[in-house]
Structure formats: structure tokens, C-alpha cells
Design a protein around this ligand. Structure first.
Ligand SMILES: Cc1cc2nc3c(=O)[nH]c(=O)nc-3n(C[C@H](O)[C@H](O)[C@H](O)COP(=O)(O)O)c2cc1C
Length: 315
């Protein structure tokens, strides 16, 4: 069925055969979904954030449902880079999909040390996938301890500096993941491009709060959290359009995608690839269904390559 539709996406010096990936923090390190999905249906797994040291994350409760979405305050809980390399990467290497490591840090130095460690710790054992790592997605929504806790991603100068600093360390595709919690995402996207990013991905979650009127306190242990799911999709689509007008590097769109039509909105807005996040909690097979739905749309509309419709809704 429709083997002649080209869905491949070029990101820097790498090519994803399938444009539909699973978003960081919603798919663990892959193994959590063993037996529930066919990994060959997924274009790329964007791992849970990897930091230099293990992190326990925020105080519970960490998750609350909202109208058409969820609010989470997981707080980058993760095993740290050493355990990622020893315990998680060997499994990820066996999968038939690309693996993009989502990197987080509290300072430029921490981001650098994570990427350096992954580059040096993985290249020593060569297999058919190289290191088993396709590239890096850099989460710039983290507060910078050296800049009064202001998130890297809210300051274009910091984004450009961090991007060019990481660019020196790797030839692999470098994707900067942008936060929607800014006045003008176009300026930040341009800063990532100027720093040498191969792509930008967007959107991360929107800051939100839910208050329990009985206790008169915020429901989440961390008080605020990040909003995701169908509720945020129109925001993500609009910001994709805005970023498309600002940069010429590929955009990987996400936020509230749960079916092929949702993904196509992002592609028509200018995304070259997409990620499925919160919808994985509803149906772990969503990425495969979205990918085959995109293929069917292309066949039904006489489209031979997804690139033909990328950004056509943006004037
Ligand atoms: C529970 C949860 C954990 C997340 N953890 C991360 C993370 O570690 N790093 C990151 O860059 N984004 C993280 N995200 C953000 C998602 O990758 C994605 O950008 C966001 O949820 C929007 O997509 P969606 O509406 O399809 O979920 C997380 C989201 C959720 C719901």
C-alpha cells in the first residue's frame, strides 16, 4: 500500500525514514512500551530528558487532568547520563527506529558534559547504527542556575550561545526544543538557527496551575506544571507557522497531536516532522496510526512526497 510516498525527513546529516516520533517524557526509554507497540512504526524515540546526574524529580502529586489535557510537574526525573549509557542505551540500540537523546541541564557546562559523555561513551562500541544515537534534542526550558533561574529558552542570546557551544561537540543532528512560554518564538528560533542548530522542535509544555477549591491549594506538589494534550494544539500550530516564517531549518512540530489530521495541521503549518506526546498515554500505538494516516492522506491526494505540502498553509 502506497510504497511510493516519500515520507523521509532530512535533519542535518541524518535522515528519518518516518516523520512521526514519540515525544520526550511520554515514552520513557522505549522499554516501557515493549510488547505494546511495533517499534518499526515509529520514526524516532525522543528519550526522557538525560541530565548529568540522576534526578528524583518534583514532589508529588505530579500529574493532574485538565479539560482536554494534562498538567505535569515531573521535574526532569531521570537516571542520569551514566545509567542511561549502561542501562538504557543497549536496549534502545536494538530498536528499528531512530533514537534522539533529549538533553537537559542547569548550566551550559552541564549540557556540554552530557553531550560530551554521550559522544565519547558511545562511539567506542561501533555497530551498524553507529553509536545507536541519531542525534540530540536540547530541552532549553530548564532554568539556568547562573542566570537567576531564568529558563535558557526565554533568552535568545543564551539559546544561541548554548547551541553553538553544543555544535562544537557533535556532528550528529542537533535539535533545539523551544518553549512556548516566550513573547516571540520567532526570535528564539532564529537564535537556534544562528547557533548552528539543524532543526528546532516545538512546543514544549505551557506553564499552568490547577487549584483545589476544597484545600485552597495548588494540586501539584510543585504548584505549577506544564500543560499538554489536545488543549494546546492550536497554540502549537500557530507557533509552528510563526517559526516557519522565521527560519529555514526544519521544524519538528508537537503539542496535542492524536490523529493524522492533527499531524497534518502541523505539516501544513510548516513542520517537516512531528512528535506524539500525551496521546501515547491514551493509545501507545498512536504514532503508528498517525504515520499510516499521513501516508493514506498523501495517496488520496496524489502527493508523492510529504515535502510538497510542508508549510503550504503559511503565507
Ligand atoms: C509527563 C510528561 C513529561 C515530559 N517530559 C519532558 C522532558 O523530559 N523533556 C522535554 O523536552 N519535554 C518533556 N515533555 C514535553 C513533551 O515532550 C511535549 O513537548 C509536550 O507534552 C507537548 O506535546 P503533547 O501535547 O503531544 O504531549 C513532557 C511531557 C509530559 C506530558
Amino acid at each position: 500500500m502506497g510504497a511510493n510516498v516519500d515520507l523521509s525527513v532530512r535533519i542535518g546529516n541524518g535522515t528519518l525514514a518516518n516523520p512521526v516520533g514519540v515525544a520526550s517524557g511520554t515514552f520513557g526509554y522505549g522499554g516501557e512500551y515493549e510488547g505494546l507497540v511495533d517499534f518499526s512504526d515509529i520514526g524516532a524515540i525522543y528519550t526522557k530528558a538525560v541530565t548529568l546526574e540522576p534526578r528524583g524529580g518534583n514532589a508529588p502529586p505530579r500529574l493532574v487532568e485538565t479539560p482536554s489535557g494534562i498538567l505535569n510537574s515531573i521535574g526532569l526525573a531521570n537516571v542520569g547520563v551514566e545509567k542511561f549509557i549502561s542501562d538504557k542505551l543497549p536496549y534502545l540500540r536494538t530498536l528499528p527506529c531512530a533514537v534522539v537523546v533529549n538533553v537537559a541541564g542547569a548550566s551550559e557546562d552541564e549540557y556540554r558534559r552530557v553531550v560530551e559523555r554521550l559522544e565519547s561513551g558511545c562511539l567506542d562500541s561501533v555497530d551498524t547504527n553507529g553509536s545507536g544515537i541519531f542525534g540530540y534534542e536540547v530541552n532549553v526550558s530548564c532554568p539556568n542556575v547562573h542566570h537567576g533561574g531564568l529558563a535558557f529558552g526565554t533568552d535568545p542570546a543564551q539559546v544561541e550561545r548554548l547551541t553553538s557551544s553544543l555544535r562544537e561537540l557533535t556532528k550528529r543532528p542537533l535539535i533545539i526544543k523551544l518553549t512556548p512560554n516566550v513573547t516571540d518564538i520567532a526570535v528564539v528560533a532564529k537564535a537556534a538557527e544562528a547557533g548552528g542548530a539543524d532543526a528546532v522542535s516545538l512546543i514544549n509544555t505551557l506553564v499552568g496551575m490547577v487549584i483545589d477549591v476544597k484545600t485552597r491549594k495548588p494540586v501539584l506538589g510543585a504548584k505549577t506544571g506544564g500543560l499538554s494534550g489536545p488543549a494546546v494544539r492550536p497554540v502549537g500550530v500557530a507557533l509552528t507557522c510563526k517559526a516557519r516564517r522565521a527560519v529555514s531549518i526544519p521544524i519538528i512540530g508537537m503539542g496535542g497531536i492524536s490523529c493524522a489530521d492533527d499531524a497534518l495541521q502541523y505539516i501544513l503549518a510548516g513542520a517537516s516532522a512531528v512528535q506524539i506526546g500525551t496521546a501515547n498515554f491514551v493509545n501507545p500505538k498512536t504514532a503508528g496510526l498517525v504515520s499510516s494516516g499521513i501516508r493514506e492522506y498523501c495517496i488520496g491526494n496524489g502527493i508523492s512526497s510529504l515535502k510538497e505540502i510542508c508549510g503550504v498553509a503559511v503565507d
